[in-house]
Ligand binder design. Sequence first.
Ligand SMILES: [Zn+2]
Length: 242
Amino acid sequence: MSGAITPSRTATWSRSCADATMSSMSRDVVELQLERVKAHLVLEPELSLIDCGYAGSVPGIQRGIAANGRDPATLRRVVITHGHPDHAGGARDLAAGGADILIHPADAERLKITWRDVVRQPSRGHVFAAMTPEPPHFHPIEDGDVLPMLGGLRVVHTPGHTPGSVCLYGERDRILFVGDVLQRRFGRVSFASRLYSDDYAAARRSVKRLAELDVKTVVFSHFTALEEGAAETLARLAREVG
Ligand SMILES: [Zn+2]
């Protein structure tokens, strides 16, 4: 295990620990690198997690929590940016461990889809839903809800990638968690994947709302966080939508 800490509270540090690699982009946010996706741990007295990887990710999440000096059994809530299997797959097991699962109802509904439904009505969205274990219960989150994390984390409904995709905005830290609503391929920020989005045009339109926020840091699920020129980048994308 090795690491380097710089004085700035937005500075990045990282260390390796089993299969979880962590770096922090805000005072209280730690990145957990899971298999092919990142989850974000919010280290406050109430422990929260944003997204939870594929089914089977829970041991890695628990190791990541423990590596940060916290008890995995005290995980209070998991906020799901959308119902794709690499973001919501661990939710059932984490719910069984006592965590509240928060997800937009439009995506929670889709997690009820079974392989039988896929056979009846095949689509990529249905296949992804059938791949994702449905949590036994969930707490619906809607546009405008403010979650008790990071001084108030606001839910911004940004449908398109999936119907229930949400971004999470923390005004205090000017931090925006975008899930898969934006990508950062080869360093350049672009719209959601056309291939993996239910409604690509809607996904693009949703980005206009993000440009109205005062953002310093954009946190992605599959790419390195953007900490330089975030506002200009969001404004550029909004202009591209027209
Ligand atoms: Zn996705």
